[in-house]
Design a protein around this ligand. Structure first.
Ligand code: SF4
Length: 265
């Protein structure tokens, strides 16, 4: 059943995102969104047909909200939920190979309390870190259209706005997320992107901007190859490369890099 304030058009996404009072409210609103007809049809079709290995499970089959504490200093920005990962479990990067790689690395970096992420009720908690995606519904072939990207952007922008007081660094997983950051920065911080825009690359850092009269500091942006199977199975992205990015993110966020997990800070 579709509730009265369920967003069904791009304008309704803009309006509902703008009035989200906090992250919990935003998460509820995101999960109720029906604004992209192609993605709504796809997420529901995947949830109905399922993958054989998960045929006994009930798929989430809805938009997947962000995950992590409200006072996060580090944001990890991905592309979109996976059809049989987040779209199945209801939690971003949970229940798929990409998530296996990402959460193991977050654990090694002292940013997660456990190295695995298999289900929304598995006890996983993040430290200092919130994970979200540029597009909140699983797209066919992991390829949202530009219209779908733009329709979903207000959710991302509002989420960044809500963690703005503590946010210090954004780790962009892949070129799509990297490209999604610049309009988000303008929307949230009122700052124009650098021209030309820095090209995406693994380990590329855009240092952000300092706080000035009445303005919050713009977070640094750090590029990382996406944790997709295509990258991790081929060795394009290794665990050591990911560790380096996350430890750098810790330092940029004002956290110590070394021995973090042991201390639990
Ligand atoms: S992709 Fe975003 S805007 Fe489109 S239906 Fe999903 S949550 Fe809504």
């Amino acid at each position: 059943m579709v509730a009265a304030d369920t967003p069904r058009t791009p304008d309704e996404v803009v309006a509902r995102a703008a009035k989200a009072t906090d992250l919990a409210d935003l998460d509820r609103a995101v999960a109720s969104c029906f604004a992209c007809p192609r993605l709504v049809a796809w997420r529901e079709q995947v949830a109905a047909t399922k993958r054989a290995a998960f045929r006994d499970q009930e798929y989430w089959g809805r938009p997947v909200p962000g995950f992590g504490p409200t006072d996060a200093r580090i944001a990890i920005l991905g592309l979109a939920p996976a059809a049989h990962g987040g779209n199945r479990t209801g939690r971003i990067f949970t229940g798929d190979r990409s998530g296996d790689v990402l959460f193991a690395a977050l654990y090694r970096a002292g940013l997660a309390n456990q190295p695995t992420s298999v289900a929304a009720d598995d006890g996983l908690a993040l430290r200092h870190t919130r994970i979200f995606s540029a597009v909140r519904c699983a797209p066919p072939e992991n390829k949202p259209t530009p219209v779908e990207r733009d329709t979903c952007a207000p959710w991302l922008h509002r989420e960044i706005e809500l963690i703005k007081p503590t946010l210090r660094v954004v780790v962009a997983l892949g070129a799509f997320a990297w490209a999604a950051w610049w309009p988000a920065m303008t929307a949230v911080y009122g700052v124009r992107p650098p021209m030309p825009r820095p090209a995406f690359g693994h380990g590329v850092l855009w240092p952000g901007g300092s706080a000035s009269a009445g303005r919050t500091a713009v977070p640094a942006v750090l590029g990382s190859y996406h944790v997709s199977q295509q990258n991790t199975f081929t060795g394009r992205l290794t665990p050591a490369m990911l560790d380096e990015v996350l430890n750098r993110a810790r330092v940029l966020a004002g956290l110590d890099a070394a021995g973090a997990r042991a201390r639990g800070d």
